[in-house]
Design a protein around this ligand. Structure first.
Ligand SMILES: Cc1ncc(COP(=O)(O)O)c(C=O)c1O
Length: 371
């Protein structure tokens, strides 16, 4: 290799390898092998996926898509049809919709378009970590303002972070991992005052009390992120979207490489919207189970579970969180370890699983905490 190329390539690779990125959990098979369990024993409650729509109800829709889509050729009008359905679903014009290969990918696109080296991206902490990784990847400045102890925004501190180089504000609502929804008045005040683009992540919007989507008609600097990974149970298909005023949406749509999303995922998104009862029923069932899970967690000695507006529950334990995590994992239960969040020292997060999954978690926690 040319020595000049060698130096340049080494530098590039070192920078990439050194950059922080999302650390994916081990696969179910790896966990099962480590603890001498069967893969079928693994109960995965760490990624806020939604098992409330049974596979048997999704597979026939996928079969219909397989009949309808000719995936030997590039996507045709699948994206336009999906945009039309999303528009109807959320009561927005279809030219306000941008679709992407997951909401993470749309987020990355927003960051690439609106942030350059030297610009700052502002958010609160704790929040969804992928935003931070994408900002740092672009070599922009990442500014985080701690949340208050009740998980609400410290509005004064937030305003002080609105410096002249602040170009992007990320507000996750309902917030992962705190599971609360931000106050609508505060979100609106921040949109009005922020000197750049405000990105509101509503990945868990279907489980929440309200949405800021209608505000895209009022504010030209607002982008709302949504996904098919959570309430619509399509995490593996990687389909997300953003809503914004048409001028902004058009800019987001302008990807240099064509066809960012495959025809099968686009069509499956449309099918899920055409069969919206599946999502609605699953959200109702999950919310019912969420309430039960929170009360039962709170009955366990040394566990404090917080209210949730999402499909997961955050809880704090009197025992060190690493031990709780390990005790669950060794029984095949994969939850998310978080550690100290605001004034709570030992936080963990669990997806609201199917009732039998939650029962297994509750039993494990009771045994471990009361031991
Ligand atoms: C707040 C938030 N946004 C986005 C995502 C990822 O969504 P997607 O699967 O569309 O990339 C997650 C996943 O956990 C999330 O918690």
């Amino acid at each position: 290799m040319n020595p000049r190329c060698e130096d340049w390539l080494r530098g590039k690779l070192e920078r990439l390898q050194g950059s922080e990125s999302y650390n994916a959990e081990k696969t179910n098979k790896e966990i099962a092998d480590k603890y001498g369990l069967a893969v079928t024993d693994i109960v995965k409650l760490n990624y806020n996926e939604n098992l409330y729509i049974p596979r048997e109800k999704i597979i026939p829709l996928l079969k219909e898509v397989a009949e309808e889509v000719d995936f030997r050729i590039y996507p045709q009008n699948e994206e336009a049809l999906l945009k039309e359905k999303i528009g109807e679903y959320l009561q927005v014009p279809q030219d306000s919709v941008t679709v992407g290969n997951s909401s993470d990918e749309v987020m990355e696109r927003v960051i690439r378009i609106f942030l350059k080296k030297g610009d700052a991206a502002v958010t609160f902490t704790p929040t969804f970590s992928v935003f931070k990784y994408c900002v740092l990847y672009e070599e922009a400045e990442y500014v985080q303002v701690p949340l208050c102890d009740d998980f609400n925004i410290d509005m004064e501190a937030m305003h002080s972070a609105f410096t002249s180089n602040a170009r992007l504000l990320y507000l996750c609502s309902p917030n992962n991992p705190t599971s609360n929804q931000l106050k609508p008045r505060e979100i609106e005040a921040l949109i009005e005052e922020f000197p750049g683009i405000v990105l509101v992540d509503e990945a868990y919007g279907e489980y929440a009390d309200y949405s800021v989507v209608p505000l895209i008609k009022k504010y030209e600097n607002l982008i709302v992120l949504r996904t098919f990974s959570k309430a619509f149970s399509l995490a593996g298909l990687r389909l997300g979207y953003a809503l914004a005023n048409p001028t902004l949406a058009k800019a987001l749509d302008k990807t240099p490489a064509p066809y960012p999303v495959n025809a099968v995922s686009l069509s499956m998104g449309r099918k899920m919207l055409e069969n919206i009862g599946l999502m609605r029923e699953s959200v109702t069932a999950l919310k019912l189970e969420r309430g039960k899970l929170i009360s039962r967690l709170n009955e366990i000695k040394g566990v404090e579970a917080f209210d949730s507006k999402a499909n997961f529950v955050l809880f704090n334990t009197a025992k060190p969180y690493a031990g709780v995590y390990e005790a669950a994992l060794s029984r095949g239960l994969v939850i998310k370890r978080l550690g100290k969040l605001v004034r709570y020292e030992n936080c963990l997060r669990t997806t609201v699983g199917l009732p039998e999954m939650n029962a297994k978690l509750l039993k494990t926690l009771s045994e471990y905490m009361e031991d």
